[in-house]
Design a protein around this ligand. Structure first.
Ligand SMILES: Cc1cc2nc3c(=O)[nH]c(=O)nc-3n(C[C@H](O)[C@H](O)[C@H](O)COP(=O)(O)OP(=O)(O)OC[C@H]3O[C@@H](n4cnc5c(N)ncnc54)[C@H](O)[C@@H]3O)c2cc1C
Length: 430
């Protein structure tokens, strides 16, 4: 019977190595050079520390573990990757040091699928080597969740395209070597066939970063999410990534795996919050006993533990399904479901951990405030929770039909009458 929750011993050894390595070698870097410094090009000082760590990851065969062998990875598949991401999710630098950071993983995936040989040589190779960062520029100031409202326009002019428009929340644009930009190329064809993807160097004339928007509590004007004005940006015809009109197919390629990666990194982050909750519950005394002895706090521990175990198993099952079917569309419902659960699970557990820490919990002396802000961020990045729930509901409802009569099919009087009729036929009067 194939129903197995164990990890093969050789890979478990690698996971154990990664857990110790992240805790002992990477987490100190999180403290000295906090996010978003993990996305900045390395200074000579940081390179001296970070490069040997990346090399140690390579030596373990864990570098860029999301990639298949054709791109220089080991082809571990989504399930093993998920177990690794759980470890990496505890630290902001760990994904960069293991070569699996968003949005670069998704961007690499689409260049690998749709890029020309020249695009692969110029952008994919250094991206996979961890030498450069990239940016995905799709959301616009007036529209995010509804791509039908995107207006950034690319017009063909001889052997060039000219791009005009505005993009919002283009993460890491300020540090990216190149941008992947979605633009309308044929307004007549409608949103699903009328948009195309372009790949261009960030320093192309006309690419103007107007502001670098920060997340809550980040200093003004020093964030990582750019408002970009594409002002008559002229790029050669071969800047097209994929087919003309094929932007949606390209966009879908990058999102399926990325959502599982986010979800499993969140498991690791939420586990860290739960660890903090438990330690504090055992350490703090009030009214004659430890917080851990109070029933309400025990409820926090139990609810958090159960919620996290449930979520972890669900995410691992989704990763397993992707490995089994090798078809993201077939797993679409469950990918959307874990995407919708991700912010809620993190929010609930971090909220309880904050509460149990009292004033210290809301201070800037613990990582909890940062984790707490991450929850609403995860409810928006890669699409709002509501939209993913719509996908789940639509997919679930495909498995049902309306009742054929006035009463629901579980209506007891109707079923009883049917049951009596059936049994009377078999045993006589009832
Ligand atoms: C940290 C972070 C990083 C990001 N990085 C990038 C990036 O690198 N590149 C990029 O292009 N974008 C990026 N985004 C943008 C992200 O993709 C959008 O925020 C997201 O798609 C939602 O778009 P919006 O913000 O315009 O919200 P809107 O589309 O205006 O939606 C606002 C709210 O309206 C409701 N809503 C919207 N649609 C529906 C619906 N169909 N049914 C019910 N309710 C609905 C929801 O409550 C939703 O939260 C990032 C966002 C965040 C927070």
């Amino acid at each position: 019977m194939a129903w197995d929750f164990s990890t093969e011993p050789e890979f478990q050894e690698k996971l154990d190595w990664a857990a110790t390595f992240v805790r002992e070698e990477v987490e100190p870097i999180d403290l000295v050079w906090p996010a978003p410094m993990n996305y900045q090009p390395l200074t000579p000082e940081r390179r001296k520390i970070v490069e040997p760590l990346k090399q140690a990851v390579r030596d373990q065969g864990l570098w860029a573990a999301h990639l298949g062998p054709e791109l220089g990875g080991k082809g571990y598949g989504q399930l093993k990757l998920a177990l690794l991401n759980e470890i990496l999710g505890r630290s902001s630098w760990a994904p960069v040091i293991f070569g699996t950071q968003a949005p670069d993983t998704g961007n690499a995936e689409i260049i690998a699928h749709f890029g020309t040989p020249e695009q692969k040589r110029r952008y994919l190779e250094p991206l996979l080597a961890g030498e450069i960062f990239s940016c995905y520029s799709m959301t616009e100031p007036q529209a995010g969740a509804d791509p039908a409202q995107f207006t950034t326009r690319a017009v063909r002019d001889g052997d060039h395209w000219v791009i005009n428009g505005w993009k919002f929340f283009s993460s890491n644009a300020r540090w990216a070597e190149f941008l992947i930009v979605m633009a309308v190329t044929n307004p007549e064809a409608g949103p699903y066939r009328g948009m195309s993807m372009f790949l261009l160097p960030r320093d192309t004339p006309g690419v103007e970063i107007v502001r670098n928007v920060g997340l809550m509590f980040e200093p003004a004007e020093d964030g990582s999410h750019a408002l970009i004005h594409y002002d008559n940006v002229r790029v050669p015809a071969d800047s097209l990534l994929g087919e003309e009109g094929g932007a949606f197919a390209v966009a879908q390629t990058r999102l399926g795996g990325g959502r599982v990666h986010h979800a499993m990194r969140t498991v690791g982050l939420a586990q860290r919050a739960l660890d903090m909750l438990c330690e504090r519950a055992l350490s703090r005394q009030t009214k004659g006993s430890a917080l851990a002895d109070k029933q309400k706090v025990q409820e926090y521990v139990a609810d958090s533990y159960a919620q996290l175990r449930q979520f972890r198993l669900f995410v691992l099952n989704v990763a397993w399904q992707i490995d089994q079917y090798n078809d993201y569309r077939r797993v679409r419902k469950d990918i959307a479901a874990i995407k919708a659960l991700t912010p809620a699970v993190l929010h609930d557990i971090v909220q309880r951990a904050i509460q149990v820490h009292g004033a210290l919990g809301v201070s800037n002396e613990l990582p909890l405030a940062h984790m707490w802000v991450t929850a609403p961020v995860l409810g928006l990045a890669d699409g709002p929770t509501e939209v993913h729930k719509v996908t789940v509901a639509r997919e679930v409802l495909k498995g049902y039909r309306p009742s054929e009569s006035l009463w629901p099919s579980e209506h007891i009087p109707t079923r009883l009458a049917e049951a009596k009729a059936k049994l009377e036929l078999e045993v006589g009067s009832l």
